[in-house]
Design a protein around this ligand. Sequence first.
Ligand SMILES: NC(=O)c1ccc[n+]([C@@H]2O[C@H](COP(=O)([O-])OP(=O)(O)OC[C@H]3O[C@@H](n4cnc5c(N)ncnc54)[C@H](OP(=O)(O)O)[C@@H]3O)[C@@H](O)[C@H]2O)c1
Length: 283
Amino acid sequence: MRTVLVTGASTGFGRVTAEALAQRGHHVFAGVRDVGGRNEKVAAELRSGGVTVVELDVLDQASADAAVAAVVEADGRLDAVINNAGRMFAGPVEAFTAAEIQTILDVNVLGPARVARAALPVLRRQGRGVLIQNGSLAGWVAMPYTGLYAASKAAVKALVETWHHELAPFGVESVTVDAAPYPTNIGANAGSPSELDRVAPYGTNFNGFLSDVMRRARSSEPGDPREVADAFVRLVEMPDGTRPRRTIVAPVSERDAVTAAATAADAATGAVATGMGVDSHLV
Ligand SMILES: NC(=O)c1ccc[n+]([C@@H]2O[C@H](COP(=O)([O-])OP(=O)(O)OC[C@H]3O[C@@H](n4cnc5c(N)ncnc54)[C@H](OP(=O)(O)O)[C@@H]3O)[C@@H](O)[C@H]2O)c1
């Protein structure tokens, strides 16, 4: 039985993962924001499935600290943190104000950093434990109209890779699950630019992009978010020290292409570190 904290567990991958882990006998702490308000019903449903609900807004360091403290007070340990909370923003980059760009970086990049900052003293003291990031294929590629999301997922990928090297000496693992698109609430919860006069010049191209995305989504069998939850469950249950750094959940051609990009990125990291004379600090 593992003690696991899952952020963003009210819907989507977070909820399915929390429930799947609880069904397998793990003690799951589901991080949910606004437990006493908007998410009250979801929180009750999670509790009835054997999940413990903790208030956790990843925009707030005090909230992350309190959630981790609640886990440790209850169980005396923390085995795995699944940094899942996140949002998608769609639109031409030019159309987003700096404040809107800060909004997405706040949840998708600073959010996992806050949760890690809360959890790492516990994991380091234990000399074991794992940070599992819900990344995305978007962290590996950039395409029009999803640039802010891609930038946030590339940024958090850099943190995850850095933690891998920094935390290994403490016996703590840092791994990621990078998934292809799945039908969760991500579209309904997506942000868009407020300055519509900045969107207008891109209108035809942007709308064409969106309708191509929708046509593809409708024409194929929608993926089951449980495929991604299964990847999280496998990583939680693996023996310490054996977890792969990256799990890519995607159709074979995309998985193989991203795996090749990751292998090349590792080789580049090694070469640059060697050039800097710091390769002995890599894991
Ligand atoms: N769906 C995909 O195609 C896909 C593919 C690859 C990766 N991902 C990643 O998967 C993760 C989960 O997304 P999803 O697809 O499951 O979408 P989702 O159904 O919209 O779930 C997002 C979750 O994040 C939570 N959240 C948002 N802001 C938060 C905050 N400030 N503090 C705490 N929780 C917050 C939401 O809570 P509220 O209900 O309170 O808003 C919700 O529980 C994201 O990191 C996303 O980037 C998604």
